[in-house]
Design a protein around this ligand. Structure first.
Ligand code: NAP
Ligand code: ZN
Ligand code: ZN
Length: 348
């Protein structure tokens, strides 16, 4: 099926209209008419080939929410007319150890990511949600709680699950002091989730203009990370810090804030290697960890939690043709706090 999309044709080209081919839905597939797609900083890293490995054209977008238009004969979870969502993965081997544990993102054969991954059905690479429609196996399609605003729920599919997963894994909850570094798309969801899970929540930001928003979004305390005294006042007090920063920054500055055996979990993916002093880890014993999105069952658990607690993202809706401008603002850390593309503006 010929499908309208927006693509980057090279690392330096702006996104521009493009036409892609989608497969006809197979027996276990769901066809989704995309209503909204969030703009993740990973879209920018990938389309600009900042991590390497991009194959052009790149059609980004992995915070996809839409309405089911058709389902295959064997589909049981969805019917035409349902709301449905697709996040960062559209398939995996389903038989390896990781897949068996619900960690499809770490599939031994490599999960099929929503864009820029080998497409098992059509050959070439997968294309993401900056497009009119997507076809996805029902096992990788998520249910969206009906009480959530669909535009504001779309970024839960990456920004939501990517912060939810480390907060759950490393035990954010009552009696624990949890830090979130960076108030962007991921960071603002990290603050909301840490607070909703009952942790004492501290936001670290480089932007003085985001302090009030940090508190409004749920942080008990907001620390300007450029203020050395304010940072020192928190030394050795944190159980967990989740770092969402997308660019070069000091990891040692955050390691110093951890208690013995506490963890700094990186989710931000700066393109260049970040330095760390051995002393940050050995004195006192501390952990440096990382986390990649979350599994499919865990993503559904996060969406259901959001439905129960009425949690969505703080978004700015844009037209498809405003996406290049939005990307420039994301790079300047000027997003409050996620851009979401109204995909009707691509179809019209
Ligand atoms: P974003 O909206 O651009 O937020 C990043 C935030 O980092 C900014 O708002 C800013 O917060 C802070 N920041 C930016 N440049 C900085 C610098 N030079 N020094 C210190 N702080 C800086 O990006 P996002 O969409 O949340 O994504 C964040 C990162 O996570 C990206 O690298 C993305 O690729 C990665 N990611 C990883 C996963 C995963 O599975 N691990 C999933 C999705 C995204 P302040 O203004 O508050 O300082
Ligand atoms: Zn993402
Ligand atoms: Zn697997």
């Amino acid at each position: 099926m010929t499908t309208k999309a927006y693509a980057a044709r090279s690392p330096t080209a702006p996104l521009a209209p493009h036409s892609i081919t989608r497969r006809q839905p197979g027996p276990t597939d769901v066809e989704i008419d995309i209503l909204f797609c969030g703009v993740c900083h990973s879209d920018i890293h990938m389309a600009r080939n900042e991590w390497g490995g991009a194959e052009y054209p790149v059609v980004p977008g992995h915070e996809i929410l839409g309405r089911v238009t058709r389902v295959g004969a064997k589909v049981t979870k969805f019917r035409a007319g349902d709301l449905a969502a697709v996040g960062c993965m559209v398939d995996s081997c389903r038989t390896c150890d990781s897949c068996g544990k619900g960690l499809e993102q770490f599939c031994a054969s490599g999960a099929t990511f929503t864009y820029n991954a080998p497409d098992k059905h059509l050959g070439g690479m997968t294309f993401g949600g900056y497009s009119e429609r997507i076809i996805c196996d029902e096992d990788f399609t998520l249910r969206v709680p009906a009480n959530l605003d669909p535009a504001a729920a779309a970024p839960l599919l990456c920004a939501g699950i990517t912060t939810w997963s480390p907060l759950r894994r490393w035990g954010a909850g009552p009696g624990r002091k949890v830090g979130i570094v960076g108030l962007g798309g991921l960071g603002h969801m990290g603050v909301k989730f840490a607070r909703a899970l009952g942790a004492h929540t501290v936001l670290f930001t480089t932007s003085a203009g985001k302090v009030a928003d940090g508190k409004r979004l749920g942080a008990h305390e907001v620390v300007l990370s450029t203020d050395a005294d304010a940072m020192a006042a928190h030394a050795r007090t944190f159980d967990l810090i989740v770092d969402t920063v997308s660019a070069d920054h000091s990891l040692d500055a955050y390691m110093q804030l951890l208690k013995v055996d506490a963890t700094l979990a990186l989710v931000g993916a700066p393109p260049s290697p970040q330095q760390i002093s051995a002393f940050s880890l050995i004195m006192p014993r501390r952990n440096l960890a990382g986390s990649l999105i979350g599994g499919i069952a865990e993503t559904q658990e996060m969406l259901d939690f959001c439905g129960k607690h009425g949690i969505v993202c703080d978004i700015e809706r844009i037209r498809m043709d405003q996406v290049n401008e939005a990307w420039d603002r994301v790079v300047k850390a000027d997003v409050k706090y996620r851009f979401v593309i109204d995909m009707a503006t691509l179809k019209g």
